[in-house]
Design a binder for this molecule. Structure first.
Ligand SMILES: [Zn+2]
Length: 780
């Protein structure tokens, strides 16, 4: 009810208090921006360096979103570094739009006057400039006549999406209280779930009804995914927050930084130091973003690899007059050219970067879509990964090209591509005075043939889902019974075979032995031994926040789980007498903090032997069906499932939702009908033991490592420094299941150890594991 009444009140208030609102005519209206770009594109002399393109339309009024691309041969993609400038996202923050127009003017003027610096940029780079991607909001800020009503709000921020679908534009001149509209800088998919919902009061940060619900953010997403932007900048102004500051990814809960943070932070410092503030007594400040909520720069960095910055230009006086506009544009252009020059490797700037081309070693063809990973050697002589599990893979472009802005130092690179042998290079040293070129040639795996015969023991006319997972990629096909000749460009392959009411099979085949392999799979009927779709919790007992709603088992009733969660849910025992093998299929979705929070599913025999273990340490909220197998369990009479969640003390997500969990078995010893010449191994997902989570890494005073082992035994824990010297040792009486080992960062003699990297080694009878720990000094 309130959602329908409130906007009407707001509208009435808005109409009666409409002030005369004027902006300096120096500011470009939406129509003026388009007319300006259009006039430039008409000038024959500029057609060799400027392409004006419509890259998308606004969400509600279908207004064109225009981009200017400045480069030689501007209508084609060339093998050149690209940089993106987004002039305006939030409508009232109009200074950035003027900076973007100023950048276009400067590049054109430099071209016309044969400025050698600008000519080098145009020849070697692609500069993309989107003056505004919020044309609907920009028109509201400047004001326009609509259905005989003057619509204007110089403090408007969002687009004009009709949130309550009442057919009326619900806005209120003055800060906040604009019921309609979506904040484009909360609408990107990365961490969108943490953004603002439509509440009462200040509606200005509404994230939208779904990630990329708005065509404005989709337009920028699609541009970013079609190009490879080395840097991207989004201009904003700070209405109430800190002005003249640069944000970048990220610092969550004061402890969590993204992979590659040292680089993106270093570039921010360099950028900020070059942009003089309005008062003229300092420069722009820099800080990693503290929030996680669907922001543009976090999405760009994680999903495209672009080093991405949000610059809050101007002071809290968002819309100053022309003298200050011109001054702000002039000071900020220095920042634009710093980033352009850094990507270009232009003289006088730090030129450290790694770049090269990845080719097919046999044909010499450039390989598009090869994945490249970087590690940088730190002061402790440890290679530190520059990518992480929350990143989309960094891929080569259509020219087989990779570009990585680097710091001065020593790098390791690994290049991989489906169907090719991966290649690793160590000890590549970068220099501040030149870009380091390193090309890769990848050897294709030979086409190995595989003869696959599929049938069912009961003679049923089944359809089989066959899934391959190997160096050639992951793919699947649906086929009927019969014999198939297949080929895989991989030395080994793992093939999983599913059919309705049959026990699924999984085999790992060696294909490289003599060029061909065979598998004759006879699927046998499966028996469901335990099934739960969580109509209630009567089959389970445990501790913590587990709950059931919407027909799903959830790790907690609330949207997000809590920090420091350690909860377990154990199923009743079920009879598995006579079974030779078990498998579990889960219909589920999950979302935990990458690498640090853990979901696990273990299957135990009635007497506590671990039969199967699988864990999830990342995110898949789209949902999926997943199957895990035990190895041979002959002789086991009963079994039970244990679900656990363990989280660390910061950063939380939506956890786990399980729609259905089925344990099924087979009483046949099928384990693959081996072809005599090509032995088939049955693989399992069973881990005998594993490290589950680390309380804090980097650690300060102390940290704890959780690990699990299948049975109670002595575990020796040793800590080594980077020189390989043992600095601490202890022996634990570990329990069957989950154990927690805490270390206070001290040696056995009680000396506090120096900051740096330490390796923690766990040694049990049949298991050992090493965990790297970074110890940092406690800040005062
Ligand atoms: Zn903004």
């Amino acid at each position: 009810m309130r959602t329908t009444i409130l906007p009407i009140i707001i509208l009435l208030l808005g109409l009666q208090s409409l002030p005369a609102q004027t902006l300096d005519s120096r500011y470009h209206t939406y129509e003026e921006v388009n007319a300006y770009l259009d006039s430039l594109s008409q000038i024959p002399l500029l057609q060799g360096i400027l392409s004006v393109q419509e890259i998308g339309r606004s969400n509600n009024e279908n207004l064109p979103i225009m981009a200017a691309k400045l480069s030689d041969n501007p209508t084609v993609d060339e093998d050149e570094a690209a940089v993106l400038f987004l002039g305006q996202c939030h409508a009232e923050e109009i200074l950035g739009l003027e900076i973007s127009i100023g950048l276009i003017d400067t590049l054109i003027h430099g071209f016309q006057s044969h400025n050698s610096h600008i000519l080098a940029i145009l020849q070697n780079m692609e500069i993309w400039i989107v003056p505004t991607y919020n044309p609907e909001g920009l028109r509201v800020v400047h004001g326009f006549q609509e259905d005989s009503t003057w619509v204007q709000d110089i403090t408007y921020r969002k687009n004009r999406t009709d949130n309550n679908q009442n057919g009326i534009f619900d806005y209120s001149p003055g800060i906040g209280y604009d019921y309609d509209g979506v904040d484009a800088n909360r609408n990107y998919s990365f961490n969108w779930i943490h953004g603002d919902v439509l509440g009462f009061g200040d509606y200005d940060y509404f994230r939208g009804t779904a990630p990329f619900s708005e065509s404005e953010s989709r337009t920028i997403r699609d541009l970013a995914l079609s190009q490879f932007f080395t840097f991207s900048v989004a201009y904003h102004s700070a209405r109430s927050g800190i002005p003249e500051i640069i944000y970048y990814p990220w610092e969550w809960d004061e402890t969590k930084y993204p992979p590659g943070y040292a680089l993106i932070d270093n570039i921010a410092q360099e950028l900020g130091s070059r942009i003089i503030n309005e008062a003229g007594d300092g420069h722009y400040a820099v800080t990693p973003g503290k929030t996680m909520r669907g922001n543009t720069h976090d999405w760009f960095y994680t999903q495209t690899g672009s080093l991405s910055y949000l610059i809050e230009v101007g002071t809290n006086n968002l819309q100053p007059g022309r003298t200050l506009i011109n001054d702000t544009v002039r000071r900020n252009l220095i920042g634009c050219f710093y980033l352009i020059d850094r990507a270009l490797g232009y003289p006088t700037e730090n030129r450290s970067q790694l770049r090269g081309i990845v080719r097919n070693a046999v044909t010499g063809e450039e390989l598009e879509g090869a994945e490249i990973k970087f590690w940088k050697l730190n002061v402790s002589q440890v290679y530190v990964p520059q990518e992480g599990s929350m990143f989309a893979p960094r891929l080569t472009d259509q020219f087989g090209r990779y570009r990585h802005i680097a710091q001065q130092g020593t790098y390791k690179m690994v290049v991989s591509m489906a169907g090719f042998e991966p290649d690793t290079v160590l000890g590549i040293t970068t220099s501040s005075s030149f870009a380091t070129d390193h090309d890769f040639s990848l050897n294709p795996y030979p086409e190995n043939s595989l003869e696959l015969t599929l049938s069912s023991s009961d003679g049923a006319n089944d359809l089989y889902l066959v899934e391959f997972d190997d160096a050639a990629g992951c793919d699947s096909q649906m086929v009927s019974a019969g014999t198939y000749q297949m080929s895989r460009r991989a030395p080994t392959t793992t093939v999983s075979i599913f059919a309705p009411s049959k026990f699924p099979q999984r085999h790992t085949l060696n294909l490289a032995n003599n060029g061909n392999a065979g598998l004759s799979a006879v699927l046998v009927p499966s028996q469901s031994v335990f099934m739960d779709n969580f109509a209630d919790m009567s089959h389970w007992s445990g501790n913590g926040n587990w709950s059931v709603s919407e027909g799903k088992l959830k790790t907690q009733p609330e949207l997000f789980y809590s920090d420091n969660t350690h909860q377990t849910l154990t199923s009743q025992r079920f009879n598995v007498t006579g079974m030779q093998q078990l498998a579990i299929t889960l219909q589920h979705q999950y979302e935990v903090e990458w690498d640090l929070d853990t979901l696990a599913m273990n299957l135990y025999s009635g007497d506590g032997m671990l039969l199967l273990s699988h864990h999830w340490i990342d995110q898949n909220w789209e949902g999926l069906s997943q199957t895990c197998w035990t190895s041979d369990i002959a002789g086991v009479d009963s079994a039970y499932v244990v679900l656990t969640m363990n989280t660390d003390s910061t950063v939380y997500f939506r956890g786990w939702q399980i729609e259905e969990l089925t344990v099924f078995g087979t009483d046949s010893t099928f384990t693959g009908i081996d072809d005599d010449e090509h032995p088939v191994e049955t693989t399992t997902f069973a881990y005998s033991a594993q490290i589950l989570a680390i309380e804090s890494n980097p650690m300060q005073e102390s940290t704890a490592i959780r690990f699990q082992i299948p049975q109670a035994e002595r575990v020796t824990v040793r800590v080594f420094n980077v020189l390989g010297q043992e600095v601490y040792q202890t022996r634990l009486s570990a329990q069957s299941g989950v154990n927690n080992w805490r270390w206070n960062g001290q040696s056995n003699r009680g000396h506090r150890l120096a900051a740096g990297v330490y390796l923690v080694h766990f040694q049990a009878r049949d298991w050992h594991a090493t965990q790297k720990l970074l110890k940092i000094t406690t800040q005062g």
